[in-house]
Design a protein around this ligand. Structure first.
Ligand code: MOS
Length: 740
């Protein structure tokens, strides 16, 4: 493996920095028309009427689509879809309003400016009903979800009541996390173009295959008639893992005007109609013996969903597997509110769940006067305690050890408020990170071209994370070609099927298929050369021949060699290609697949003002083999940055009267900027997973955010003696805690 693991630059880096990488809203089309989405300004009720007369008469306005005139869809626009990967949409088939910012009209004009202008001229009259917006009032009536990703909604092992009684020390606390909304740099955007019965969508999506199937289902057409193109995605993080209303609405509007139509969401439209992280309230009860051994653990989660669809933040799932606890109970309840349906948001469940669990463990360590790492080691899970199966590979002990060493954990004085630098209180905290190893079936082809280059492809996606780069590395390595002679294609539903780029599974799923296809293509190239009387390799046994730097070459005698282009030229000039599919075997029945990490944070808190700075985060991860040290560590670092945002800054503020997010913009929805970030020191153990896939690589997309909020919360406690159990940890909460 020559190129695998190397810290190579992105193969698409130059395209991006020169602006030549085309994103969904940038594709040109002749006679392009521009659509603007109009959304509701009430949270519950119905649209009584929309007066479109002023907009209709404005120059350049081509079409105003409302529930009055929108094309009728099969099954009223509510076909049987498979949640949560595909969702209930708002497709103007009725006049119901279920949340603020819900799509109620689409205005199409010949320029974007005219469409925006006309959209502002619609006169909408509503019949209002009273919305459900108060989580604390509604939570008593929460319901259990019928199904949930990650297992059953409620689980119990051992005897939870007896386990909680058996402990000498008990922690009983409620942790809350706010609603949050994804804000990738590139908001959702799509261009729809019809050619007779065939629809082409330039979309920004985490799953071209899923989008093809979903759009076909909503429109009632054959999937083969839908072509999704998505070569570049400006960040996904889960919100682009499902097809949302605007995509289908754009496809509906285009034939009405007989032109291709582009529809890009505004930043405020990212807050509601395209998912987000729900509010969670997590009640944890832990009991332990004096030596730190956990005897019982209960984790009860309530989170909000919408009034029309269930979506569960699976916060309790991490608690089931992270520590060896004999008596354990977890539960999940949903509280319907008049907001858009929540969705996957980077490590959905693990982000919020690990904040609660790892904060509670820190509280237990304080109560026991025990070192937080020692407490975690005391309850270390040698096998998966939920599944009863061995881990495929777990190096968490080494993560703790190396992380503590790199961070200087031994310098920490355990008592809160014991470390300071003048008026600055210094805190050190840690937490465990974890995320499951997911993998799905994926296919790829590898094609060696007459010019001696190779084209390798799979219908996967690159969310900006480095898929192009690592797949090129894997393909070049398996082909025996130099990196610059291999190009990788993705983001097109006509390519071999690959799963959604969610659940941190793209590399884990697609790389084995790419490797297999490339290996088979190389084998065919060798066989073709050896069978060719005109080749210097003629009659050399196939198993004594390899490919190096694009040359077919005898292992025994390097002077006998033949460039790939020459082999193909003598073979009729036709490309040599191979297709392959890779999927899991029965290893999932034998092993439990998880990644792990240890996160350490140092905080500086102003003793008078309560302002929090995070000068330093150290994290060590066990994620199997890392395919590219540069893009991989960048991705983990990006997760950590988001974890810091979740800990200290992010929250969507819901106006409980109107159901509107009052900070639906990047000025008031705070995410970290460079000035918020100090040193981030990421290490990866790089121990290949022997059972997961042919590359030994588990996913890295999501684990980086997990554990970080708790590590920071624990550091804030250590600095100040104030335990903030409600994210984000803002200075008012620190000051309030300090004064009581
Ligand atoms: Mo990720 S939240 O599974 O796209």
């Amino acid at each position: 493996m020559n190129t695998i693991g190397q810290p190579l630059d992105r193969t698409d880096g130059v395209l991006k920095v020169t602006g030549r990488a085309q994103y969904a809203a940038e594709f040109p089309a002749a006679h392009l028309a521009h659509a603007v989405l109009v959304t509701s300004t009430i949270a519950c009720g119905r649209v009584a009427s929309i007066d479109t007369s002023r907009a209709d008469s404005m120059p350049g306005v081509l079409y105003v689509m409302t529930s009055r005139n929108a094309p009728r869809l099969p099954q009223g626009g509510r076909p049987d879809v498979s949640p949560p990967a595909q969702r209930q949409l708002s497709l103007l088939q009725d006049d119901e309003v279920r949340y603020d910012n819900e799509p109620i009209a689409v205005v199409v004009a010949d320029t974007l400016e005219r469409a925006v202008d006309a959209a502002g001229k619609l006169r909408v009259a509503y019949e209002r009903a009273s919305p459900h917006l108060d989580f604390s009032k509604a939570k008593a009536h929460g319901h259990a979800p019928a199904s949930m990703i990650g297992g059953k909604a409620d689980t119990e092992r051992g005897d939870i009541e007896q386990g909680l009684r058996a402990g000498a020390v008990r922690i009983d606390a409620v942790y809350t996390t706010p609603m949050e909304h994804h804000n990738p740099m590139e908001p959702h955007a799509v261009m729809a173009s019809w050619d007779g019965p065939r629809l082409t969508l330039y979309d920004t999506t985490q799953g071209v295959a899923n989008a093809q199937r979903a759009v076909a289902t909503f429109l009632g057409i054959a999937p083969e008639d839908v072509h999704i193109i998505s070569p570049f995605v400006g960040g996904g993080f889960g919100c682009k893992g499902s097809v949302w209303s605007h995509v289908v609405l754009c496809a509906m509007a285009s034939p009405q005007v007989g032109r291709p139509v582009r529809l890009a969401l505004t930043r405020p439209q990212m807050f509601g109609p395209v998912g987000g992280r729900p509010h969670t309230e997590q009640h944890l009860v832990l009991a332990a013996r004096d030596d730190g051994t956990l005897t019982g653990l209960r984790h009860a989660t309530s989170s909000n969903t919408s009034t029309f669809e269930d979506w569960t933040e699976t916060s309790g799932v991490v608690t089931r597997m992270l520590y060896e606890v004999p008596n354990l109970a977890t539960s999940h309840r949903l509280v319907p509110l008049n907001v858009g349906t929540p969705t996957f948001m980077r490590a959905p469940g693990e982000t919020t769940g690990s904040f609660a669990l790892e904060s509670a463990l820190d509280e237990l360590a304080v109560a026991l006067k025990m070192d937080p790492i020692a407490l975690r080691l005391k309850n270390y899970a040698e096998i998966d305690p939920q599944e009863g199966k061995p881990w495929s590979s777990k190096q968490l002990r080494e993560c703790y050890r190396l992380g503590a060493e790199r961070f200087g954990w031994s310098q920490r004085q355990p008592a809160p408020r014991s470390m300071r630098d003048g008026a600055t209180l210094i805190g050190m905290g840690m937490a465990t990170a974890t995320y499951p190893g997911h993998r799905s079936e994926a296919a790829a082809f590898a094609r060696i071209m007459p010019d001696g280059t190779a084209v390798v492809a799979s219908g996967t996606q690159d969310l900006g994370t480095g898929t192009y780069t690592v797949m090129t590395q894997v393909a070049a390595d398996a082909l025996g070609f130099p990196l610059e002679r291999v190009s990788f294609a993705l983001g097109d539903s006509s390519l071999p099927h690959a799963p959604v780029s969610g659940g941190s599974q793209s590399v884990a799923s697609v790389a084995p298929a790419v490797r297999e296809a490339a290996t088979q293509a190389r084998q065919r190239l060798i066989e073709t050369a050896c069978a060719d009387p005109a080749s210097p390799l003629h009659a050399v046994p196939v198993n004594e021949v390899t490919v190096v730097e694009g040359w077919v070459v005898s292992r025994a005698d390097a002077s006998r060699r033949d460039p790939a282009a020459a082999v193909i030229a003598r073979h009729g000039g036709r490309p040599i290609e191979a297709h392959a599919t890779a999927k899991r075997g029965d290893e999932t029945r034998r092993y439990s697949f998880h990644s792990f990490g240890a996160v350490f944070a140092q905080v500086h808190v102003d003793g008078a003002l309560g302002t929090i700075r995070v000068p330093r985060i150290v994290a060590v991860y066990d994620v199997g083999r890392l395919l590219n040290e540069k893009t991989g560590k960048s991705q983990l670092m990006g997760g950590i940055v988001w974890g810091l945002g979740a800990a200290l800054e992010e929250a969507s503020e819901l106006d409980a009267r109107y159901g509107r997010f009052v900070n639906a913009n990047l000025a008031e929805y705070h995410v970290p900027v460079n000035a918020d970030i100090g040193t981030i020191d990421v290490s990866v153990l790089n121990v290949p997973d022997p059972h997961f896939n042919s590359l030994g690589a588990r996913g890295i997309g999501e684990i980086g955010i997990t554990g970080v909020p708790a590590a920071i919360a624990n550091a804030v406690y250590h600095a100040t003696g104030v335990r903030v159990r409600d994210l984000p940890i803002t200075l008012d909460k620190v000051l309030q805690g300090a004064s009581v």
